[in-house]
Design a protein around this ligand. Sequence first.
Ligand code: GLY
Length: 335
Amino acid sequence: MKRRHFIKNASLTGVGLAVGKSLVSCTETNEKSPFKKTSDVLEKGSLPMVIATWHVIDATAKAMQVLQAGGNVLDAVEQGCRVEEANEKGQSVGKGGLPDRDGNVTLDACIMDKHGNCGAVVYLKDITHAVSVARKVMEDTPHVMLAGEGAKQFAISNGFVPEDLLTEASKEAWEKWKVEAKYKPIINIENHDTIGMLAIDENGDISGACTTSGLAYKMGGRVGDSPIIGSGLFVDNEIGACVATGLGEEVVKTVGSFLVVELMRQGKSPQEACEEAITRIVNKPKSDYKNFQVGYIAVNKQGETGSYAIHQWFSMTKFQNGVNEQIQSDYFNKV
Ligand code: GLY
């Protein structure tokens, strides 16, 4: 089911979420939302834990499975993100991502480990698992970021098999868009939901990753926040980590994920830090925030989490204590 439709339907029915063989019920907390609110689940909990942007229970389940099988947090976030990259129905990440205005699917991704090492790819074409190429950049090159054709050739030389990422569904959507070819960021739909994932193990060690096809129908060559360390993702293993989703340009202008981690370093909880980072965006002079979405999720060294967005219907998926659930995020624009 498309994420947009899931959100709409879930809000009407208060559905339970099927997670593998188990059924996770969503706690009704107020009249408007069938989901548990972020503020209800901020207590310190047992570790390990995996959190991710949006409704991606298969991805968080995979990450937890990796941890339970003895994998480390870096393996977990990479494998979790790969689930969504391979999911052709998700039109904002990996294969099946919506293309730029010229019909090219171009991917951005990055990954960061507990030692502060990081790797990224930008404007990557024809390779589904951008997050794994980012990890290769981190581990097998002296660089942090590879772009475009160089990134693709690096991937191929490391055994990644090129394939056409434009599915029939995404091609059809692009053909429809071309009729009017109007560009306007749209809030909370498939053209704006980067998958970002953070994992923390029993020792409190943290890693993170994010992956996206970026803004649908973007200009050729456009790169968003997701592969930019400090904007789309930041991990400081002494403090915590943050990952962003939404309109990348606004995240980059405030170096959003680094800001959230630095606010936690100054003593704010993950929730307070996410709220402050969103407030910085909406309080900018002449901010056009009513017309775009940005959301952050964060975790600190103690395993406390936070999530906050400009607009309603941003959510976080959290897998902890055997429960894999979607948690509705609090948000700024309540009028
Ligand atoms: N946050 C994803 C992008 O703007 O490309």
